[in-house]
Structures are given as C-alpha cells and as structure tokens.
Design a protein around this ligand. Sequence first.
Ligand SMILES: *Cc1c(COP(=O)(O)O)cnc(C)c1O
Length: 498
Amino acid sequence: MMGFKQAHWDEPLIIERSIEGAVGFSLSSPETPTVNVPVELLRKKRPKLPEVSETDVIRHYVRLSQENYGTDLGIYPLGSCTMKYNPKVLDRIVATPKIQDLHPLQDAGSVQGILQILYELSEWLAEIVGLYRVSLQPAAGAHGEFAGVMIMRAFHKQSGDLEKRDEIIVPDSAHGTNPASAAMAGFKVVEVPSNQDGCVDIEALRGSLSHRTAGLMLTNPNTLGIFEADILEIARLVHEAGGLLYYDGANLNAMLGKAKPGRMGFDIVHINIHKTFGTPHGGGGPGSGPIAVSKKLEEFLPVPTIERDGDKYYLDSERPHSIGKIHGFWGNSSVLLRAYAYILMMGRDGLEEVAELSVLNANYLAKKLGQVRGLELPFPHKVRKHEFVLSAARMAAETGVTAAHLSKRLLDFGIHAPTIYFPLIIEEALMIEPTETVSKQELDEFTLAFSKAGAEAYTNPGVVRDSPRSTAVTRIDEARASHPKTMQLTWKERPQAV
Ligand SMILES: *Cc1c(COP(=O)(O)O)cnc(C)c1O
C-alpha cells in the first residue's frame, strides 16, 4: 500500500485521437432497417464526433481509468457523503431490457411491474423511517430538503400562519444544503450553536423558538457522528412552538433497523438513496432523495403519487393541496430500483447489520486515529455512530501541516482523502466515515498511512505540504482549478497542464 504509484499517461483527448473514417465496430449490416426521416429533420452538417477504432477507444478509456481512483480500488472515507455498499448485481438488474426499454410516458396499464416496485419501495422506506407516506420524486438529498421545506410552507399556509412563521432553525453543525434549502423556499435561517457535547444547545434552542418558527432541520446522528440524545425534548419544544421537525437522512446508515426518525418526533424526512441504499454516487449523480412525511402532511406531497387499488397501480396527479411537480415523470427510477433490490437482498437483519458494522468500524478507527500525534478527537467521551471528526489544529500550529496537507499526503499512499473543513465548528476538521464494508485489515492499513503521514508532519513537513507526488496529477493550484476564468471544461481549448 505504501508503495503506491499511480499510472500516468500522456493521453490525448478522444477528439484528438479521431481519424476520419475510423469506426469502432465491424458488423456487416444487411438487416439494418432504413428509416424515412422527414427531410426537414435531417441533419445539414455531420456532428463533430470522434472517429476511433474499437481498440483505440478501449485503450483510451482504460488509460484514463488508470489515472483515477474509485471504490473498486480502495477505501473512500469521505465523511457524510461517502460511498457505501454498491453491489455490482444491482447494476445488472437495472441494465436488463425489461427495465431499460420502459418509457415513463407509457400508459400505466402497461407498466404495472415498475409501478408495483416503486409503490412497495415507498412502503418499505416509510416503515424504515417510521413515517406515514413517501414520495420518491426528489432527485437528491438537497432536492428532498427543498421539497420538504416547501411542504412546511404549504402546511403553515393552510393554517393561516405563513405570514408570521418565516424562520427555520438550523444547528451550526448542519450540512450547507440545509440553510440553503430553507433560504430557497423563502425562509430566514436562524442558527443554533452546539454545546460542549457537540449536540444542539437546548437553552439556545429554547431562546430561538418563537411564534415565528416554521420548523427545525436536524440530522441525527449529527455531522460529528454524535447521536442527539435530547431529541425527544427538542421535538417537544419545536412542536410546542408550532414548528415542524425536518430530518436530514444523510446519516441514516447508523440508524437502520435500530431507530426511526418518525418515533423521535420528526414530521418530514429525506433519504439519500445513493448514500444508504446501493447506488454509487459522486460525479454528480443520478441520485435520489425520497421524502417521507407524517399523516397530517400527506396531502402536500408532490404529484404524481403512485396509488394502489386492489392489485392495480396508477398515478394520481389530481391532488389539490400538493406542492406540485418537482421532477420529471416519477423520480429517478433506476436508482430507486437498485434500492428496492438492495433492501430485498439485505432483508431486515442485513440492514440492521449495516448500522452495527458502520458504527463499530467508525469507533474503532476513531480510537486509533485519535492517537496519531497532532490529531485530536473532540468530545472524546462520546460514542460515535457511523462517522467521526478529528481536528488537526494542534498539528497545524506545531508544524504548519494542515488538514488539507495531511489529506493530500494520503493520496501518495493510494488512499482517498477524507472530507475536510466540514463541519465548520471544528478547526482543521478531518471528517471520516469508513462504512460497514471495510475489513479490519483495511482499517489498520488506513491507520498506518495516517500515522505515517502524521509522523512525517513532524519530521519532514515539507514533504507533506508538497504532496501528492505519486499520483497522475500531482499538487494542483486549487484556486486556479476552480476559478471561472481559468476553468476549462470543453475540449475546444485544451487546458494548460498545471
Ligand atoms: C450529502 C448530504 C446532504 C445533501 O444530499 P445530496 O444527496 O448530496 O443532495 C445533506 N445533508 C448531509 C448531512 C449530507 O451528508
């Protein structure tokens, strides 16, 4: 592992490999049907597509893949947004023609199978989170948040309360999408601080609650991986003030089969399907962020809903109190189908085991990494759930090696960096989530790499600050890489090597 060196190819762009007339297949095609395309729809100009042979195209993409890192290569410890278990069989299932050939505009009578699958999945998700009804439409967690906050709006509007209830409370440890969703839905965001246990400060919460409170958004366990043990009291206070409770389900892995947000008092929950139920993510999706709501909020769910009448399934768009449509068709069905197959495959006991192993792995790793020189585990007396956050503040002060430097040094050992500088309440934060699928051996190797990089910070800080060196792309200028003026996303102007 420590001997890692990533492949590096001077590979041109696929368009630069193009040779006019080259083709990627050699099938004789006497049976290719001719189609009469109306003249006005015919292309005037040939599209400028790369023309390459089969061998060229395969070599090109395999070379690029060798310059890359993914879950099939090693651990992906990105706290909060990590890649959990993505069984390959799920990709097989969604690739079957029975699924691929479906069209969302087909008459409901001809797509009963997928409607049944989606209907059953929503029932299972409702059961898992302990709420009444689910909409599978939102395309991601953040989209679920937006839909959920719009439901809060609709609820308060119906009660004639919306004018005065214009505030949503969010803890200072929250994911950035929470305040963003609240603001997008037109609410003012009120931040509550965390206490010395890393949890919501109840006194501060009491002080923030008023007749202006529309609701509270919370994730439990929170982004520090700590369970908000006062959740029943928090729920009571928010409800007493007339607000609703929103659960950010990104951390649901730790709760599966163990505890239900609905029982904790939450009224609305989103579930990051791509974080918990078998879809790989990163690179922008597609994902899925279904929302679950309590009975009193059901009427506000987005349209269409999938309904059942005996053994017939149909779509219902005639729901007068609905917040409306938030996604094309019925949601990202292929992601949802993976979740359905995953839940079937794991069963109730399997899901519970996910929670147990993810928590065990996180606590094992937290104890080990907390001992690395220069690192500290804040709130050390608290048991973690599926993830934890370390601080490299001491290391930074003593050696000038920051959380960012240390993470980049890990790349030299063939390990993906953890999430850094989030949550904002921890200085020099390193947020780590090992997940339920890594072995003890891999956790120990991870610890070894961390210890080595940590020791180097004290003996040879220059090397750490200058890393990575063993990767295909070495140290990049982050400011330049993300500046709109210098960022180049098309092949037309090839970016200068950095
Ligand atoms: C990932 C994440 C989100 C946003 O979910 P997306 O599916 O990425 O839109 C919200 N909250 C937390 C805590 C997260 O980790």
